[in-house]
Design a protein around this ligand. Structure first.
Ligand code: F3S
Length: 290
């Protein structure tokens, strides 16, 4: 069995920046609480806990005088709540997410209804829609679009930062098609961050040369799940694992070339652990061929 890593994978700029900011604050103040997990990866959350960083679900659970905002960002309503509690803020919102928030705010201020391609339950999406006040909706695909006849004439189309550019283009095209023949005004703003397409391209390149893919990253990490979908959509057998412990020997028996990729919230330790485990299995002859 041969193992190959994707040319680009793992921590993105926004995640590295968030970890750096929060670690620095924790060193300075002794301990710190983050509103929600800093990144969607348990290994990172556990590692941060060892450095005095605790994730809480609500502002009411904060015991200290300060709170850190994760890379996914939050809406202005949350900042308002923080202000009322007189907490000091360590804002680790990724600059790419902040760009999407500004786009949502700008669109709504100009009278557009924001249609966001993304998961309404994801913290980033909730935060971005918060900046659109109550003039934004999130849909996961074209099928979830409401009838345009019932929507305002001005529509602004944006995306969750981790969508694939192709999916977003397809989605925006559908709205253009649906709007033809109606008097609508459309603004399409590309809010996909550049880490996402680069990792997706590196993964799709690797998929050509392997017969199985292992995607390393948390189930709650949107971009990791999307990488797994891209791999399985290419017809290659795909498994998503969080750590090396999730790798099942039997699964590898029929495979000769295994590719490894990882989401933007996956630490190098997790990737290296998975590669080591695969190499160990390959060394024991667990595959279709050596
Ligand atoms: Fe930011 Fe993109 Fe990473 S939005 S947190 S650089 S995946």
């Amino acid at each position: 069995m041969r193992i190959e890593r994707a040319k680009e994978m793992g921590f993105c700029f926004g995640v590295k920046r968030a970890i750096r900011l929060v670690e620095r604050a924790a060193r300075e103040y002794g301990h710190l609480e983050t509103l929600g997990p800093l990144v969607h990866n348990q290994m990172v959350v556990d590692g941060m806990a060892g450095r005095g960083v605790r994730a809480v679900d609500s502002l009411e659970e904060i015991s200290g005088p300060r709170v850190a905002i994760a890379s996914h960002g939050v809406g202005p309503q949350v900042f308002e709540e923080i202000r009322k509690h007189h907490f000091q803020v360590i804002d680790a919102t990724c600059p790419w997410v902040a760009r999407a928030q500004k786009a949502a705010q700008r669109l709504t201020q100009a009278g557009f209804l924001v249609i966001l391609l993304g998961d309404a339950e994801h913290p980033e999406v909730k935060g971005v829609l918060g900046w659109a006040s109550d003039r934004g909706i999130a849909v996961q695909n074209e099928g979830e679009l409401p009838d345009l006849k019932g929507l305002p004439r001005r529509l602004g189309v944006i995306s969750q930062s981790t969508q694939s550019p192709e999916r977003f283009a397809e989605f925006a095209r559908k709205i253009v098609d649906l709007g033809l023949g109606r008097s609508i005004e459309l603004r399409i703003v590309n809010t996909i961050c550049d880490a996402t397409p680069r990792r997706q391209a590196a993964t799709l390149d690797l998929v050509q040369r392997v017969d199985a893919m292992v995607v390393v990253g948390g189930q709650s990490s949107a971009n990791t799940c999307r990488l797994a979908l891209l791999c399985s959509g290419s017809g290659v057998e795909t498994r998503q694992v969080e750590t090396a412990d999730d790798i099942e020997e039997t699964w590898l028996e029929a495979h000769h070339r295994v590719g490894v990729t990882a989401g933007t919230s996956t630490p190098d330790e997790a990737i290296d652990g998975v590669v080591r485990r695969l190499e160990e299995l390959a060394g024991r002859g667990v595959s279709g061929a050596g």
